[in-house]
Design a binder for this molecule. Structure first.
Ligand code: NAD
Length: 356
């Protein structure tokens, strides 16, 4: 890979390679854009097939965090840590080494649990760094906040399409009955929505059905259900060349990361008149919740959740901008995030340090 070219293409600031002799840790730290503040993004431990694949993932994910954080209105830039070791071979020595490298960044990045790491792993890392977020005694498990943000986004989307935000009587299909999907279902059921739910682990879908009255569908059949909202809350790539013709929904709005298999799907959905709520906005509740740890006096769940609910208003701005500019909602969200970064960069250019 031509690393500098890859960095230049998307405007990355730094790519740092860390190696620990005693544990064999190989970790990449990517900083994309820190105009708004220190980098904030999780640490991923994955079985990458090659070094290039690990680098590409670090670059892609850190860029994604810049947009997610900027759009969420928090004062953090985008970064990501990627461990290029087999997640099954994690040891405490390796995790502490990862923590030491984060510590060496001196507060230029904050990180926390992501794919391939557990909350216990993060606690081991905490023995060697202060720069961790989402720990149990602080904001903790972000899934309730992610579900609230998704719920607020569904309401905003219903308002935009039907002129009424209420989920009452709306047919809503939830793909994935995990932490987020199950909490979302509970909220929507309380509002009187008609729910459909699927999970590859049937017992999870059954449990949600039992507590909410949802109808369980096979994981594949959920794409065909006639509904007002299709809510992907499982893994990514729900909208692909194979599924796009099957949707019988007016809105796609869910918490899953990377819902579009390829970027062109955003335009395809627009052409078909299906309103797409960009995933990085909808699932921003998790990061908004974490950012509250940095407020004076520390994390406050009530304040954090009130901020998470405002994701709905932000999403409405995206819909209006997309209509005004004649572009996809995905592009509109990126423009809004870029505007916020550009405005601050402009101020910083005019900033003249005081002489002492
Ligand atoms: P989870 O692992 O608790 O739940 C995901 C569920 O999806 C599991 O029950 C799994 O069996 C099911 N699933 C997998 N493939 C499926 C398929 N093809 N069809 C139906 N079900 C399938 O995860 P979660 O915490 O609920 O997160 C859901 C999504 O939201 C993920 O994509 C995650 O990255 C994203 N997200 C979560 C948070 C958070 O705080 N939890 C924050 C931001 C984004």
């Amino acid at each position: 890979m031509d690393i500098f070219r890859a960095m230049a293409e998307n405007g990355h600031e730094q790519l740092i390679f860390n190696y620990d002799r005693s544990s064999g840790l190989r970790m990449i730290i990517a900083l994309h854009d820190t105009t708004l503040g220190p980098g904030l993004g999780g640490m991923r431990n994955w079985r990458y097939k090659s070094e290039d694949e690990a680098i590409a993932d670090a670059l892609r994910l850190s860029r994604g965090m810049t947009y997610k954080n900027a759009f969420a209105g928090i004062d953090f830039g985008g970064s990501k840590c990627v461990i290029f070791n087999d997640p099954d071979d994690k040891s405490d020595i390796l995790l502490r080494a990862a923590g030491r490298f984060v510590e060496m960044m001196g507060g230029r990045i904050y990180t926390g649990e992501d794919v391939g790491l557990t909350p216990d792993d993060v606690e081991v890392m905490a023995q060697s760094t202060r720069y961790l977020v989402g720990r149990p005694h602080k904001s903790g498990d972000p899934s309730k906040a992610a579900a609230l943000g998704t719920y607020a986004s569904i309401r905003a989307s219903l308002q935009h399409v039907f002129g009424d935000a209420s989920p009452k009587g709306r047919r809503i299909a939830i793909q994935g009955a995990g932490n987020v999907g199950s909490d979302l279902a509970r909220r929507l059921a309380a509002d009187g929505a008609e729910l459909f739910v699927s999970d590859v682990r049937a017992e999870r879908a059954e449990a949600v059905a039992e507590s909410t009255g949802a109808q369980v569908l096979d994981p594949d059949a959920i794409y065909d259900v006639q509904c007002d909202v299709f809510s992907p809350c499982a893994l990514g790539l729900s909208v692909s060349g194979e599924t796009i013709d099957r949707f019988r929904t007016r809105i796609i709005c869910g918490s899953a990361n990377n819902q579009l298999a390829v970027p062109e799907m955003a335009e395809e959905l627009r052409r078909r008149g299906i309103l797409y709520a960009p995933d990085f906005i909808v699932n921003g509740g998790g990061i908004v919740n974490i950012a509250d740890e940095f407020e004076d006096g520390g994390y406050n769940r009530e304040r954090a959740f009130a901020r998470v609910e405002r994701i709905g208003e932000r999403l409405r701005q995206v819909y209006l901008r997309a209509e005004a500019d004649g572009i996809t909602t995905e592009s509109a969200a990126e423009r809004i995030a870029e505007d916020r970064i550009a405005a601050l960069a402009q101020q910083q250019r005019h900033f003249v340090p005081r002489r002492v």
